[in-house]
Design a protein around this ligand. Structure first.
Ligand SMILES: [Fe+2]
Length: 322
């Protein structure tokens, strides 16, 4: 019987390392408006009001900021077993771990440039009671209009020294590839977006020529708003509270069309808050090709992760490192 061709139902959470756990938690609860749902050891678990699993963001104290582990939920218990067989067959598997506050046993693996991931089926659904309870039966927490107040976890972007290997890996894993970035058609692609479902992307991956193989890094983590107006209100809230917008005024991505801002949190990581990205439904769609000269990051201005220090967009693939 024809069925979903991938092993994954969704990207469920990310663990991010922070050099200042207390300051990061304060930022994400007071300024962003996430709810703290758990705390264990050197880690704090958070989620947006519209998320329904126990957590979508796990902050862990570490001597360096950046990528901890990206958590994916399998399509089913059987899909989890199939995914493990696939990962072991291509040599990317690491092994089983017992689980975490938000989920049961998980299988850990690495994508080609060494980023750590995990996949699980058993997950903790958290429907709040008490002060966080919502009167909406379909909300797992109420919207208390705290901080900039994103609705849900959206996507993760990471940098890699070898994008073509990442593309092959995620295509092989069954993800759709709605968008691709190239310098020209004669060179291998330098970036792309991948999704398990209908979002424009769960993960975006971009080459960074400054990186060595295996030195892959986190670029940013994104949360989603329902409206572009909330992006604008977020700008006021951020600067009123003494933080800065990392790439200036809000603008619109040309690839995926999200209206966005970036903010650097105190623990050393970049976060994006955005709204209005396109949705993809066709199983045989893409990739749509974007050329670097057209600045896929900014449809309206010249904001670019590939920008030169003076803000101009480089004609050649640059050396951006967040
Ligand atoms: Fe993004």
């Amino acid at each position: 019987m024809a069925r979903n061709p991938h092993y994954l139902s969704q990207m469920a959470h990310i663990e991010v390392y922070t050099t200042k756990l207390d300051e990061s938690v304060k930022f994400f609860t007071d300024i962003v408006g996430l709810d703290e749902t758990g705390r264990e050891g050197n880690s704090v678990y958070l989620r947006a009001w519209g998320d329904y699993f126990f957590h979508t963001l796990k902050l862990t104290q570490n001597d360096k900021p950046g990528w901890g582990c990206l958590g994916w939920r399998a399509d089913s218990e059987e899909a989890l077993e199939d995914a493990v067989k696939y990962l072991e067959s291509i040599g990317n598997g690491i092994g089983w771990v017992d689980g975490d506050l938000g989920h049961g046993k998980s299988y850990r693996f690495k994508s080609p440039d060494g980023h750590l991931h995990e996949i699980f089926w058993d997950v903790v659904w958290l429907k709040e009671t008490g002060i966080r309870r919502s009167v909406f039966a379909d909300r797992y927490a109420s919207n208390r209009r705290k901080g900039i107040c994103p609705r849900r976890f959206d996507h993760v972007t990471y940098n890699t020294a070898q994008y073509p290997a990442e593309k092959a890996f995620w295509n092989g894993f069954g993800l759709k590839n709605p968008d691709e970035v190239r310098i020209n058609d004669d060179l291998p692609p330098i970036g792309g977006l991948f999704t398990t479902g209908n979002l424009s992307h769960d993960i975006a991956i971009f080459s960074d020529p400054a990186l060595q193989k295996g030195e892959g890094v986190l670029n940013h983590v994104a949360f989603n708003f329902d409206s572009r107006e909330e992006v604008l209100l977020a700008c006021d809230w951020v600067i009123e509270n003494g933080y800065k917008l990392a790439m200036g005024a809000p603008t619109r991505h040309k690839a995926d069309e999200g209206f966005f801002i970036y903010i650097d949190e105190p623990g050393g990581n970049r976060f994006e808050f955005y709204a209005g990205a396109r949705l993809i439904f066709a199983p045989d769609h893409g990739p749509d090709i974007h050329y670097l000269k057209d600045n896929p990051n900014d449809a309206w201005g010249d904001t670019s992760p590939w920008s030169a220090p003076d803000g101009s967009v480089k004609k050649e693939h640059g050396s951006y490192k967040s």
